[in-house]
Every structure is written in structure tokens, then in C-alpha cells.
Design a protein around this ligand. Sequence first.
Ligand code: G3P
Ligand code: CA
Length: 288
Amino acid sequence: MSARPVATIAAALLGIGALPAPGPSVAHHGRPMVIAHRGASAYAPENTLAAVDLADELGVGWVETDVQRSKDGELVVVHDAGLARTTDVEQRFPGRAPWKVKDFTAAEIATLDAGSWFGGRWAGARVPTLKEYLNRVDTHHQMLFLEIKKPELYPGIEADTLRVLDEEGWLDRHHVRRRLVILSFRAATVKAVHARRPDVTTGFNGAPAVADLPAYAAFTDQINPAVGTVDAAYVAAVQALNGAHGRPLRVNAGTVNDAAGARRLAGFGVDGIFSNNPDVVADALDGD
Ligand code: G3P
Ligand code: CA
């Protein structure tokens, strides 16, 4: 099923006409599934609720995001360890360099403008809490790749993340079986999540050496390499192993934002592709 065309997105961004009703998810029907990387982040400010909404409007079922922890222990959705690139924190708190997420309270972070850097029409977008983000994804009946970002900065964030997921209803049977993957670039974090909740699907972000893959398969279900580090032989080597739940390890690669790159990855046999403009990738994979 194709995502909606770029013209529809452009019309929406320009406020021209109404978007059609949300379509079915971009799902895996014999070709890689497409995952909206930091939401539909080519079209709306990354990791905001607006980027989730836009992914839904494009008919994209899977979204990916990043979670970190505020000074007072709230989990918030933001990619960088610092707030400067994607918010107005430098103007709002000029004496607080280097503006790390971990040095600001949730109340302070909630006041930041996380949209203007991307374009004036997004002014006032906020850094969501994980709770807010989960609720919005749930509202759209979407599915989530949740990356625990920079876990070395936040001791215990694995348990914190699982606690919030549980409180928000994301660790029930339905979500665990169908709608949630927890990721990290840090193997110890993926291991910790798997140890605490062996039922949850996990993914390791990176490309371990083929010889090391069996060790990873003990605690993860996915190997998610950067696009420049993967080829057909590597994908086949990963998929030849069973993961932590006894099914073949899956490979989701990214980030790819163009049709040629998407077709190249599909040719390698990957299971999923992370993309900032998932409609472009979905259309390329569907042959539109
Ligand atoms: O979580 C998968 C992918 O998003 C990893 O890349 O740097 O965008 O978080 P990054
Ligand atoms: Ca990520």
C-alpha cells in the first residue's frame, strides 16, 4: 500500500485543502516496512507530536523516536544529548551552556520552542514527554521503535523507560506483540531491557561483526545498521540466525530518504527502512 503522495503533503504544509482520511499503515507486504525516523521528520520538526501526526496523515504505521531523561527524572523525547540544535534553549537560558538535556528540569524543557528552528509555522511545538508521545502514538494506532538514547548518561534509564511504558499501557500483550520495539546503540542497554522484560522485542542499532552476531542474538531480535555499513551478504548473515524470540533476526537499516537508496536497500533484502520522508521511500518500494 502506497503512502500518500508528496503533493498531498505539500498541500497540507501550505494549508491548501483538507488532508484525506488517514490511510492504512505502510506495512511489510513482501517488501521492507517503512519507519518514520523521528516521525515524518522531513516535513515537521523531529521528535515532536506534529511529526507523529504527519506520519499518521501520510499513512505511516511505524514511527521511531529517542528517549532521554531530564534533571528531575522525567523521560523526554529528544535526539541530541543537548537541546541547542532543536530548541530555543540558548536564547531562553543563556547562562546554562552546554544546554544538556540532563541539566534541565522537565518544567524548563516544557517551555522550550522545539519548532521554530524547523520553520516559522512550527513555532510553539514542544519537546514531548515520553508519556505524551506514547499517548499520541496510541491515539493514531501507530507502532513504535523507541530508542533509549545516550543511556550512558542516564544510569537506570532502562528501568525508567519500562516503568513509563507500563504505566501508559504499552507493556500489555497487544502492545508487546504488535506495536513496540525498544532499541539502543549500547548492547548493555538492549541486554538490560531484555533481562527485565524478555517478552519485549528489542533491536541493536549498529553492525556487529558477523562472528559476534550469535552473542547478540541471545538478547535481541533485530540488528539495525547504518545504511553505509550494510550489504546483501551482511543482511543474509544476520537473517540466517534466530534472535532472542526464536525467529530469524531482522535487519532494519537507515536512514534513507531517496528512492534509489531505498531500492538499493530493498535489494539487499532488509526487513525495514528508517526514513525521514517515509512516503517517498514507500512509493519507491511500491514502484510508484
Ligand atoms: O534508532 C534508529 C536510528 O534512529 C538511529 O539513528 O542517530 O537517528 O538515532 P539516530
Ligand atoms: Ca534514533
